[in-house]
Design a protein. Structure first.
Length: 347
């Protein structure tokens, strides 16, 4: 068993200078930030790890400055000079177990984070429908995330299966005309993959994953929503004669449950052709193309106080890459070396 315990002291001074009203405001914080780690080695390939960490989040200049932004008269934003810093505590638990001889592995991860004096949004809605937004501190904010993965072989088929799932649950808060609005976000994402390796001739993997997301509001229940993201993929590498390697990766991503125009179906195809060079295959020249179909699109959703945002943003679409890699390890690029000199040419 290995135990590590420590702490740090953090001092912060927040100054707000308001030249408009000749106000100078100052806040001082001194925080003790403890941390601890305990690792228990059951065997050489099995261990448990527990860690505890603390940190602070300071308010930004925009959140502190009490000067109204009236660029949008119906949605006025103003800072709060009395904001305190948020104090964060995080607990993590890791479980790892592997059996190389049996080609089995188990990995588990659990994280819990809570914040006191978290910085959240506070809105005041006037009788004319004007929204005045500022910031305040709130407690009871937390987020939990867990993930578990298990892999095992199918010996008769010379292949492997990896199954797993991830789950998260979080609570945030906001205020509307002084009333607290608790916002709950959760997600559940199972995944499975099948991998086949055939005598240095082909590596083949097929995978599927789902991500079901849910948002609930304690005050604005009409805004409760669900949306689903699906990802189905095929990854194949062919080892050809004369040191050539052909790789193809195809993913089909479906988004449903969003606003019209954001329920996208995105096919992503990446491909590359590589040629091993030099003694012990220490060199490799590769031609790659990303997003061969030129269909990649960025989609995201965020649930906030009073509104849900579906966002479509620009991403790097189809491009070609010519690269040369030289391994400093004498056993070559596939001999376990990690140090390499890489020269890349973009087109």
């Amino acid at each position: 068993m290995n135990i590590t315990v420590g702490s740090s002291i953090q001092a912060a001074v927040l100054k707000v200078i308001n030249n408009t009203y000749a106000q100078n405001l100052e806040q001082n914080f001194a925080d003790l930030l403890p941390n601890a780690t305990i690792q228990y080695n059951i065997s050489r390939m099995k261990n448990l790890r527990f860690s505890y960490n603390t940190s602070t989040t300071q308010p930004s200049l925009t959140q502190l400055q009490p000067v109204a932004d009236i660029s949008d008269p119906l949605n006025v934003k103003v800072g709060n000079a009395s904001l305190k810093r948020a104090y964060n505590q995080n607990i993590q638990l890791n479980i790892f177990a592997a059996s190389p001889a049996e080609r089995k592995n188990l990995f588990g991860f659990l994280s819990f984070t809570t914040a006191s004096n978290a910085i959240v949004q506070s809105d005041t809605i006037t009788q004319t429908g004007r929204r005045i937004s500022t910031y305040t501190n709130a407690s009871g904010i937390y987020n939990t995330f867990g993930n578990i993965e298990y892999g095992f072989p199918l010996k008769k088929l010379k292949s492997r299966i990896e199954i797993g799932t991830s789950i998260s649950f979080g609570k945030n808060a906001s205020f509307t005309n002084g009333a607290r609005n608790n916002i709950f976000n959760s997600s559940f994402g199972p995944n499975i993959s099948y991998n086949l390796h055939a005598d240095d001739k082909i590596d083949f993997e097929v995978s599927a994953s789902l991500s079901l997301n849910n948002s609930k509001y304690s005050l604005q229940q009409n805004m409760n929503n669900n949306y689903l993201k699906q990802n189905y993929g095929i990854d194949m590498t062919n080892y050809l004669p004369l040191g050539f390697t052909l790789s193809n990766q195809f993913n089909y991503i479906l988004n449903t449950g969003r606003t019209d125009g954001y329920n996208t179906k995105i096919p992503l195809w990446n491909a590359s052709l590589a040629k091993a060079l030099l003694k012990n295959k220490r060199g490799e020249i590769k031609l790659s193309v990303a997003d061969l179909l030129n269909k990649n699109t960025g989609i995201s959703r965020s649930s906030n106080q009073g509104y849900i945002t579906d966002e479509k943003y620009n991403v790097l679409q189809r491009y070609f890459l010519l690269s040369f890699t030289y391994s400093l390890n004498k056993s070559g690029l596939h001999g376990g070396g990690t140090n390499a000199v890489i020269k890349t040419f973009n087109n």
